[in-house]
Write a protein that binds this ligand. Structure first.
Ligand code: ZN
Length: 287
């Protein structure tokens, strides 16, 4: 089971910012198609999904989930647990859910071509679906879907919102300190197009944080609400590089932008961001 602290987040507590919240709310208010949360293992994807589920329950929506395992029970939602020994996997669970015609379906994770195929079929037939998928950033989530066999047309018709995220520890507000920036940190930031100030917030340690310098966690987010221009791009079969270029032209904010805002304001430290985003190449961040 997940730590209850992690799953009782409301969408306004996730750390997605005002614009991010607006995208979440627009989707909740009636956008159809898929809402996909991508990231690495332990990036807080499930926490984000559960925050959305809580919101849907409050809106009295009929929600069904298939999960492996059910990590946290929510009143008012029918949650099905994957049971492969008895032939119940994500794909077959999704098929069963479709027959019950819910308003929203949640699939714990899209991690095989069969599940992705059923999810695509559900979404193209007008169903609304939330799920998680393993990918290093928002654009590479599209590549992951392609690799699982989704066609450009299916992706363009069904995917509404892609969130990519990581979890970082929050600096303890009782003892965080400003220190001169280290040369390698400055170089790391500059490679990603950021010109830092002379000082950065860093972890120290006190009684309040049991001398760790950190207290609780938050997410850093990239949120891509796909536009008609983006769909045209996907339909043309554009590769990751070209999609990134187009997004940058339209002021899309990559993960590094949100991460840097949280470092600058002392919510987290640069070492946390570097740890959490280690798998991203500098090129991925270029805008
Ligand atoms: Zn402290």
């Amino acid at each position: 089971m997940l730590d209850p602290d992690r799953v009782t987040h409301r969408i306004q507590d996730l750390g997605v910012g005002a614009e991010g919240l607006q995208h979440f709310r627009e989707w909740l208010d009636g956008l159809t198609g898929m809402f996909l949360v991508s990231g690495s293992t332990s990036s807080g994807k499930t926490t984000t999904l559960y925050a959305l589920l809580h919101e849907l329950v409050e809106r009295k929506q009929h929600v069904l989930t298939i999960e492996d395992p059910v990590e946290y029970e929510i009143d008012g939602i029918n949650q099905i647990q994957v049971d492969r020994e008895h032939g119940l996997d994500f794909a077959s669970g999704l098929k069963s859910m479709l027959r019950l015609d819910p308003d929203y379906m949640m699939v714990g994770e899209l991690r095989d071509p069969e599940a992705v195929e059923v999810a695509a079929r559900a979404a193209t037939s007008g169903h609304t679906l939330l799920s998680t998928i393993h990918a290093r950033d928002a654009v590479s989530t599209v590549t992951a879907l392609r690799n699982y066999g989704m066609t450009a047309n299916e992706i363009a018709v069904t995917v509404s919102v892609i969130v990519n995220q990581r979890l970082v520890r929050k600096l303890c507000v009782h003892c965080r300190e400003k220190e001169a920036i280290r040369d390698d940190d400055r170089a790391w930031l500059e490679q990603r197009g950021i010109r830092p100030h002379r000082e950065l917030w860093t972890a120290s340690g006190c009684k309040e944080c049991l001398h760790t310098g950190y207290s609780a966690r938050t997410g850093i987010f990239e949120i891509w609400r796909l536009s008609s221009t983006d769909y045209d791009m996907l339909l043309s079969g554009a590769d990751e590089r070209n999609i990134r270029r187009l997004l940058a032209q339209h002021h899309h904010e990559p993960l590094v932008t949100d991460a840097w805002e949280k470092v600058e304001s002392g919510i987290t430290s640069l070492s946390e961001v570097r740890r959490a985003t280690g798998a991203l190449r500098a090129d991925d961040w270029q805008t």
